[in-house]
Design a protein around this ligand. Structure first.
Ligand code: UD1
Length: 420
């Protein structure tokens, strides 16, 4: 297993080009199941999760090729409708095939995802939504088994705003007979991107970008091409990298409006930010001010940036409180951060972070994608050497993380790890 060796203390300086959004891509690939033909997704990030989704869809008969960040999908040979446990346990987003499969082929068998590294992550809303559209859904031997002749439009109200359930039910509703309404739909940019792609394929969706989606089902859809939106979480992680190292970094190929909750907090922390169309430059202050954040649904502060914010607050001049209202247990990075000298106390779903003058390098363990990112950020500013073990988590969601960090002056190396 590879690990990162980081020698901390270098201010980052320069320009980083941000890749396409992982979470948009993971919805766009299964959406191609809804029509027969060839699709092209440009600005596709080269990530392990994208490879996992591709291999799942190849197992169903799709032909998939990624070259120069263009993902070409040929769906004409799709003839299997099963997402096996082996795939779903690697990546929960595999459940995105449920809606498209049942809508287009009338059947789907998708493994239940189970828990994840930081606690239970239910899929009840996905199942209830597909049932509301008229599918017969049963749970059999660890699998969701769904059948329908043709789905029928329905009123769906989500008790909780869920990115995945909104995407899944939306992909099912576009081919249902009649009108569907999804209330309390997620409004994350990745759902907007998915909606835009479906419209390009011939779907009829009103209210895109709002929490009420009205869908007029159509009989069939056709292939389309799309340029994937930039990854707002990768962008946010590099903004924090600049801030935590006292540096100055420009991000290229971003959508600044997708970052507004984070940039507001970075301004409060004392950073200077300049925005110019699809570029943003962050200049760190001489000292980071403590700033409380509460992770919540979009356009609030993203839970996928909560761990990185804790890393930044660990060297702030004072105490801050970082709360997560989406995933109450998503704090596996905290004990590792404490090993780097951070002063953090957990109070239920809130971390009380008392800024310290200096973090110190140590061996730490990645437990999940964003936790890994936070440990790398802490390593960039810690005195001495930090080893971040099990970085396969990072490869799930950040393309060429160490190469991009090296290009702005970080001392970070990937080495084949002898972990223990
Ligand atoms: C997506 C993102 C993930 C991000 C999360 C929240 C992808 C591939 N992943 O995950 O990076 O952290 O959004 O922004 O896009 N819930 C239920 N029942 C359900 C589904 C969800 O109760 O059936 C709850 C969850 O436990 C959680 C909340 O809804 O508390 C939001 O989760 P959700 O938006 O569904 O997250 P994902 O789509 O899994």
């Amino acid at each position: 297993m590879d690990k990162f060796i980081i020698n901390g203390g270098r201010k980052l300086n320069g320009t980083v080009t941000i890749s396409g959004a992982k979470n948009a891509t993971l919805a766009l690939i299964p959406a191609a199941l809804l029509a027969s033909g060839t699709f092209r997704l440009s600005n596709t990030p080269d990530l392990r999760d994208v490879a996992t989704m591709s291999s799942l869809l190849r197992s169903m008969g799709m032909r998939i090729d990624l070259k120069d960040h263009v993902l070409t999908l040929d769906t004409t040979g799709v003839n299997k409708h099963v997402a096996p446990y082996e795939h779903v346990k690697k990546m929960r987003a595999s459940i995105y095939v449920l809606g498209p499969l049942v809508a287009r082929y009338g059947r789907a068998k998708v493994s239940l995802p189970g828990g994840c590294a930081w606690g239970p992550r239910p899929v009840n809303l996905h199942i209830e939504g597909i049932r509301k559209l008229g599918a017969d859904v049963k749970l059999e031997r660890g699998y969701i088994v769904a059948k329908a002749t043709r789905l029928a439009g329905a009123q769906i109200h989500f008790d909780v705003s869920s990115v995945g359930a909104t995407g899944n039910v939306l992909m099912a509703a576009v081919l249902a007979k009649g009108t569907s309404v999804i209330d309390n739909a997620a409004i994350e940019p990745e759902i907007e991107a998915l909606s835009g792609f479906l419209v390009k394929m011939g779907a009829k969706i009103d209210g895109i970008g709002t929490n009420r989606l009205e869908i007029e089902g159509v009989d069939d859809l056709h292939p389309a091409d799309i340029d994937t939106i930039p990854d707002r979480i990768e962008a946010g992680t590099f903004l924090v990298a600049a801030a935590i190292t006292g540096g100055s970094v420009t991000l290229d190929r971003i959508k600044p409006e997708h970052l507004s909750a984070l940039t507001a907090k970075l301004l409060d922390a004392g950073c200077t930010i300049n925005v110019e169309s699809s570029r943003m430059k962050l200049q760190a202050p001489s000292a980071i001010r403590p700033v409380d954040v509460t992770a919540t649904i979009y356009p609030g502060f993203p839970t996928d940036m909560q761990a990185q914010w804790i890393a930044l607050m660990s060297i702030a001049k004072g105490t801050s409180i970082v709360t997560d209202t989406i995933y109450l247990d998503r704090f596996k990075h905290v004990p590792e951060m404490i090993r780097l000298g951070a002063d953090i106390e957990m109070k239920e779903n809130a971390a009380v972070v008392r800024g310290v003058a200096q973090l110190t390098g140590a061996k730490v363990m990645s437990t999940d994608l964003r936790a890994s990112a936070s440990l790398i950020l802490a390593g960039l500013v810690a005195e001495g050497t930090t080893e971040v073990l099990r970085i396969y988590h990072i490869d799930r969601g950040y393309e060429a993380m160490e190469t991009k960090l090296q290009s702005v002056g970080a001392d970070i190396q990937r080495v084949a790890g002898d972990e223990f």
